[in-house]
Design a protein around this ligand. Structure first.
Ligand code: HEM
Length: 496
């Protein structure tokens, strides 16, 4: 199959390469998705970048991404190994494992605990944590970013490790945040010279040129601790016969039972790595989406009003939204889709790697090429989404239902083919519950800064694998002081 495509044809178009260094200096280091989107006007949907030893294609349209990453998933499902990821210890992760037996066994185990059917079992935890969030937001809206982060960390740690954190100062949160920062820092193509000049990894941190070692020293201990610490307690529980409600406990127990009560170091590592990636992949992405949601709401009060009218109709003022409400809340669903489209929080996905030579639209794509899905450009394709910069949930609704003729942003935001995000079922349900709960209780405004002035909101984001808005609204005002506040306090039992 693959060899039938082995016909030498020109490479796809792209910026003119320089002698020896190719397009190395052209690789954008800040918000690359925007530059790639601009390049689409010049070079088209599939752009080739020639970096020494490493051809790259950027897929700027949903069609190209679906044609290659989805329909030819058998040959486009490998990953590159950023040298920096391996150096800081992130090569444990299923998300960057090469396509092969280790990835397959990790992915199979992950799927068992996060497939569409199983995730219903986690609704109780999500509901409880989202309500605690409402209560915290009521008490101290100025700390909204911390509350969001706290919520999704709590949800995933309870699901995966059965661990309840005491607060934001929990040692584990610090460790995990540091290691996630490391992953983001390491993952931008072109930022680290060690990707192209491996000897740089040997230069000591105190020397000129020792940047790589400095980064390793900063992040590697945190990545190791993030994986090791929570599993130790679970393993002890298993050894003493204590029963725990936690996915990692069930994983360890089932591999142990399958192997006659023995837990080999390989199986222990398998569970440790699969559990660790759940935390790492879930927290940053869901936190980022929630921040984008708040930004969209503060910028569009008219959207809040419509959503609140729907909530008042279907949920009413005597209770908070439940999971069973979500299918009836069409406008809330449309908001979730539009937030996902408006600022996709993984704007360049996670790059795929081609395993054999290929050909597309008459262009040759050599084996080893990295394929970057520019989800940002796909979400701003005016053919799919007229006036793409405008935030408009209505674009997804027709005759009172979600219009399935409009391309669903989730088919791009969560990636493609065999590598598609296996956490999307958990994430989608949780996100809609979060949106419904906030809008049921609060009006979202930009919030005032320390100087007393209203915060100026901006669409700017950081650069990274996962992006978060630079400004996050914190002006959450209860819609009705008496009703909303007593409802939240009554339905969430926490000490904030
Ligand atoms: C807003 C929420 C989320 C977004 C936007 C998102 C997006 C993505 C994307 C773009 C990928 C790469 C797919 C590809 O290579 O084509 C991915 C992979 C992955 N995601 Fe998510 N994700 C989210 C939430 C979650 C959650 C909640 C979990 C875990 C419970 C999770 C677990 C994973 C894992 C394990 C992978 C690696 C899959 C592989 O390489 O085989 N994600 N995600």
């Amino acid at each position: 199959f693959a060899s039938s495509r082995r016909i030498r044809r020109p490479l796809p178009p792209g910026p003119k390469p320089r002698l020896f260094i190719g397009n190395l200096l052209d690789l954008p280091k800040v918000t690359p998705w925007k530059t790639y989107q601009e390049w689409r006007q010049i070079y088209g949907d599939v752009i080739h970048l020639h970096v020494p030893w490493q051809p790259i294609i950027v897929l700027n349209s949903a069609k190209a991404a679906l044609d290659l990453l989805e329909k030819r998933s058998d040959i486009y499902s490998d990953r590159i190994r950023y040298r920096m990821w391996t150096l800081i210890g992130w090569d444990f992760s299923l998300a960057i494992s090469p396509y092969g037996p280790i990835w397959r066994s990790q992915r199979r185990l992950f799927h068992q605990y996060f497939n569409q059917t199983v995730v219903h079992a986690y609704q109780g935890v999500q509901l409880e944590e989202v309500r605690k969030f409402l209560s915290r937001a009521l008490e101290s809206p100025e700390h909204i970013k911390e509350h969001i982060n706290h919520t999704f960390i709590s949800v995933i740690l309870r699901i995966v490790y059965g661990k309840k954190i005491q607060g934001l100062s929990d040692e584990y949160i610090q460790i995990a945040e540091t290691s996630l920062d490391g992953m983001n820092v390491a993952a931008i193509p072109g930022r680290h010279w060690v990707e192209f000049l491996p000897f740089l990894s040997y230069i000591p941190s105190w020397c000129i040129g020792g940047d790589t070692q400095r980064i390793v020293k900063k992040y590697r201990p945190a990545v190791e601790a993030m994986l090791d610490k929570p599993l130790v307690k679970i393993n002890e529980a298993l050894a003493t016969g204590e029963v725990m409600t936690a996915a990692a406990y069930d994983m360890l127990k089932s591999v142990k039972d399958r192997n006659g009560g023995e837990l080999s170091p390989e199986n222990y590592t398998l569970v440790k790595n699969v559990a660790g990636i759940a935390y790492a992949a879930a927290v940053e992405t869901t936190t980022a989406s929630s921040e984008v949601f708040l930004l969209a709401m503060a910028m569009h009060p008219e959207v809040q009003k419509k959503a609140q009218a729907e909530l008042d109709l279907y949920v009413g003022s005597n209770r908070l939204p439940e999971f069973y409400d979500l299918d009836s809340l069409i406008y809330i669903q449309a908001i979730a889709l539009e937030v996902t489209r408006w600022i996709p929080v993984v704007p360049n996905g996670i790059a795929h790697r081609l395993m054999v030579d290929d050909e597309y639209n008459g262009y040759f794509i050599p084996k080893g090429t990295i394929a970057i899905a520019n989800v940002w450009a796909m979400m701003r394709d005016p053919e799919d989404y007229p006036e793409p910069d405008v935030f408009k949930p209505e674009r997804f609704i027709k005759d009172g239902k979600i219009n399935t003729d409009i391309r669903n942003p989730n088919t791009m935001a969560f990636g493609f083919g065999r590598r598609i995000c296996p956490g999307r079922h958990l994430s989608n349900a949780m996100f809609r519950l979060f949106i419904a709960s906030i809008l049921h209780v609060f009006n979202v405004e930009a919030g005032r800064g320390r100087d007393g002035k209203m915060q100026e909101l901006s669409l700017e984001t950081e650069t990274g694998l996962v992006i978060r808005p630079n400004t996050v609204p914190h002006g959450l005002k209860p819609r009705s002081q008496a009703a909303a506040a007593s409802l939240v306090r009554q339905q969430s039992s926490i000490d904030v």
